[in-house]
Write a protein that binds this ligand. Structure first.
Ligand SMILES: [Zn+2]
Length: 68
């Protein structure tokens, strides 16, 4: 079987590209691994208590956060 799963990243509506888009991860516990990934700019950690309509994508260029 061929694996062709590309990580999906929606485009920023302002920058018109997805190259600055990173996922926002809502974790109850921020592990060392998660913190290291955030530091590397691979993802953004979100507060776990925000439960309604929370965005799951973040644009590192313009700061726009949205739900997709
Ligand atoms: Zn943007």
């Amino acid at each position: 079987m061929v694996k062709r799963r590309k990580p999906f990243r929606p485009r920023c509506r302002y920058c018109r590209t997805n190259q600055f888009i990173i996922p926002i991860i809502y974790a109850r516990e921020f592990t060392k691994e998660l913190l290291e990934k955030e530091e590397a700019g691979e993802l953004k950690l979100g507060a776990a208590f925000v439960a309604f309509d929370r965005p799951n994508w973040h644009c590192r260029k313009c700061g726009w956060e949205f739900l997709r």
